[in-house]
Design a protein around this ligand. Structure first.
Ligand SMILES: [Fe+2]
Length: 319
């Protein structure tokens, strides 16, 4: 089976002009909103599937996974047989996620092994490879719009002693809550210069230029809503406008309000999530002292291990 094939472009009847995500389309928004909220799951178990093996599931199960993912832009799974990176990649491929995003810390297969890496000069500069908490974000918020991350998969291969809890929040629900509160927040966050990420440098070399872009945009390929966001205080320059600040405060308030739309999740071995790049965070990770010592020695056979893959494609029922 292949890895990097080019996805056939899909033609959509829902073009940008009549998108419910444009403020002028109030009736389209009202219809879409009503359907979204009516179908939204009330708990994780409603959007969780059990699978024997990630590279061996039937057409009916594929349909079930894609149908469930459409409700909240995410689906959780529990798999019986422990997958390899290859079978994780195959699983994603079978769900329409063909174009993997590589990054500095990923292997040649473009799948990252997220674990503490105190032995690696490169890895230890990135928070995901530490035991620190990760604040709310969507993946690849620092990518250019040509390389928007539209989906991710995270598979738990090993758990931590404690901590490492995740929370997930559907960006479409965030859009609804913001628009219902004040449509001007949406206008503010759709500005193409609202969020600026300074360049990334490693060993004095620029490995990513400055990135300027919107928080909310409409994906030209799928006509779906895309969200770029990070709650990090450092390394993000927000456009100085009252309405931008109002919208950012509202996002923080919603994410920290214990919202009924937020899914709390502590992955155990064999569990994973596949999602349309929903908002997520991670609490601090705690390991036993001897596990930390092993990892400091470069012995990476202990402690929390998450395989993570990112894609330019979205999960879609239309394929
Ligand atoms: Fe992330």
């Amino acid at each position: 089976m292949r890895k990097y094939c080019v996805k056939t472009l899909i033609s959509h009847s829902n073009t940008q002009g009549n998108s419910p995500f444009l403020l002028e389309n109030e009736s389209a928004y009202a219809l879409w909103r009503q359907e979204k909220l009516a179908n939204f799951p009330s708990k994780i178990s409603e959007i969780t599937v059990s699978i024997k093996a990630l590279d061996d599931f039937c057409v009916q199960q594929r349909k079930e996974i894609l149908d469930l993912s459409a409700k909240a832009n995410m689906v959780f799974y529990k798999v019986e047989s422990e997958p390899t990176k290859e079978t994780i990649s195959d699983f994603a491929f079978l769900l329409g996620l063909h174009r993997l995003d590589g990054n500095l810390c990923a292997g040649d297969d473009a799948i990252s092994s997220i674990q503490m890496r105190p032995d690696s000069e490169l890895h230890k500069t990135y928070i995901p490879y530490s035991n620190k908490a990760l604040s709310w974000h969507t993946d690849g918020y620092y990518n250019s719009s040509e390389k928007n991350i539209n989906a991710f998969l995270m598979h738990c291969a090993r758990t931590s002693e404690s901590g490492g809890d995740n929370q997930f929040f559907d960006p479409e629900i965030m859009y609804i809550l913001l628009r219902d509160d004040n449509p001007d927040s949406i206008a503010a966050l759709m500005q193409t210069d609202v969020m600026s990420i300074p360049p990334n440098e490693h060993n004095g070399e620029e490995i990513r230029p400055v990135q300027l872009g919107p928080v909310f945009s409409i994906d030209s390929e799928s006509a779906c809503l895309h969200m770029r966001y990070s709650a990090r205080k450092r390394n993000i320059d927000w456009k100085v406008e009252d309405r931008v600040q109002y919208a950012l405060n509202k996002i923080t308030e919603i994410l920290n309000s214990g919202s009924e739309y937020c899914f709390k999740y502590t992955p155990t071995q064999g569990q994973g999530i596949i999602a349309n790049n929903v908002l997520h965070n991670r609490s601090k990770i705690y390991e036993l002292e001897n596990k930390l010592e092993k990892e400091a020695d470069g012995n990476l056979g202990a402690g929390r291990l998450i395989y993570r893959a990112r894609f330019y494609d979205r999960l879609s029922r239309s394929e």
